[in-house]
Design a protein around this ligand. Structure first.
Ligand code: NAD
Length: 377
């Protein structure tokens, strides 16, 4: 059972799909692991450490994937890059299929079974395989670190002989996985933290972290399917905007993390709201990759407005912590692979009826098989 790990080719992708730790465990499951030279370099895992863990290090992606039964990656590899894989090989990565259906079709035509890790159901058994959570958790932490480094003042209250420094006021919009970690991190740094969400259940979680929960009375609860948020009605949006406008003007730092599955990120912070903030304030928009929660966000960049507000819109924020993000992502993959392998026989034994497999397999036997992925007409 040959398992291939390729170097990521997407611009700015720093992560890697396996670490020396997981390579050793994959070998334990019966895999002979082959890794493309330099695959772990940007995440600070040298080739020599992979070799010590039992992998063969090869010079090219083509050599790595040739004859492979399983290919592991962070981002969707191109069908071209997979030339020479064994027929029916598994390609496991975050495949980002929406809007990229033709690339998924090309994977189908290449004869691979493409598995999208981000489609993993959010059930207890699959928590250990949940790449959205593992990466969002780190992004939430990094958002606060980025905010603190752009903020030209201290976060905690400091009582010094020269007088008192007041604590920074941090407002977190969206209290899912990333938002809750941002709240916890900002609290640890000593900020006064408030947060909002449209799901009423988030209130208790926010308060248990010692932050203040803010929600408009006009909005009882906008929980949608599967614990996610639904889109707000126009009246609800207006009520939320009114509350946000009064609260934001008094904040030093705003961190936005709001997402709605399958929709562009909701716009929560208007240009006028940014203009109401004091010079030196910082906004970190974690939704930048999906269009941003802030009207003035420029995805991939940090910009400062004429009134002196810095808006940080970095994409792939988990990738800014390449080592930690790779460690968690690689463990997510390992945990999933563990369910696909017969440990006695040391070979693939996939139960195609398993709900984890059904939810994540996008292509099989030359065709797209996932009900949500349709080729555009
Ligand atoms: P997400 O990334 O889809 O969205 C981030 C947050 O933004 C969510 O809390 C959402 O409610 C909020 N949001 C959406 N629109 C908003 C708006 N207009 N204003 C303010 N906030 C808005 O969510 P997520 O982080 O993936 O988590 C979603 C839920 O799934 C949470 O309840 C989380 O605890 C749960 N979850 C469960 C599991 C599991 O059971 N295995 C794993 C991960 C997450």
């Amino acid at each position: 059972m040959k398992i291939a790990i390729v170097r990521e080719r997407a611009d700015g992708e720093t992560r890697v799909a396996a670490t020396p730790e997981t390579v050793q465990k994959l070998a334990g499951l019966g895999g002979s692991v082959v890794i493309e030279a330099g695959a772990g370099a940007t995440a600070r895992f040298p080739d020599a450490d992979y070799a010590k863990a039992g992998a063969s290090v090869v010079a090219s992606a083509a050599e790595a994937v040739s004859g492979a039964d399983i290919v592991l990656a962070v981002r969707r590899p191109t069908a071209d890059a997979l030339k020479g894989v064994a027929p029916g090989a598994l390609v496991i990565a975050t495949l980002d299929p929406y809007g990229n259906e033709r690339d998924i079709d090309a994977l189908a035509k290449a004869g691979v079974t493409a598995i999208a890790m981000e489609f993993m159901p959010r059930i207890t058994r699959a928590q250990v395989m949940d790449v959205l959570s593992s990466q969002a958790n780190l992004a939430g932490y990094q958002a606060v670190i980025d905010a603190a480094s752009a903020f030209e003042r201290a976060f905690p209250m400091m009582m010094t002989a020269a007088g008192t420094v007041r604590p920074a006021k941090v407002f977190v919009m969206g209290a899912g996985v990333a938002g809750l970690q941002a709240i916890a991190t900002a609290k640890r740094l000593g900020a006064v933290v408030s947060a909002t969400d449209v799901r009423a259940a988030a209130g208790e979680q926010v308060e248990s972290l010692g932050a203040k929960f803010i929600m408009t009375d006009a909005l009882k609860d906008a929980s949608g399917a599967g614990g996610y948020a639904r889109e707000l009605t126009d009246a609800e949006k207006a009520a939320q905007a009114e509350l946000t406008a009064t609260h934001i003007a008094k904040q030093d730092i705003v961190i936005t993390t709001a997402l709605i599955p399958g929709r562009p990120a909701p716009k929560l912070v208007s240009k006028a709201m940014v203009e109401s903030m004091a010079p030196g304030s910082v906004i970190v928009d974690l939704a930048a990759e999906r269009g941003g929660n802030v009207e003035l966000t420029q995805p991939g960049q940090s910009v400062t407005t004429p009134n002196g507000v810095t808006i940080v819109g970095y994409t792939n924020v988990a990738g800014r912590l390449a080592t930690s993000a790779s460690q968690l992502y690689a463990r997510n993959l390992l945990a999933f692979l563990d369910t696909l392998i017969d440990k006695k026989e040391k070979k693939l034994a996939i139960n195609w009826d398993d709900e984890l497999v059904k939810a994540t397999v996008l292509t099989r036997d030359g065709a797209i098989v996932h009900p949500n992925i349709k080729l555009p007409a």
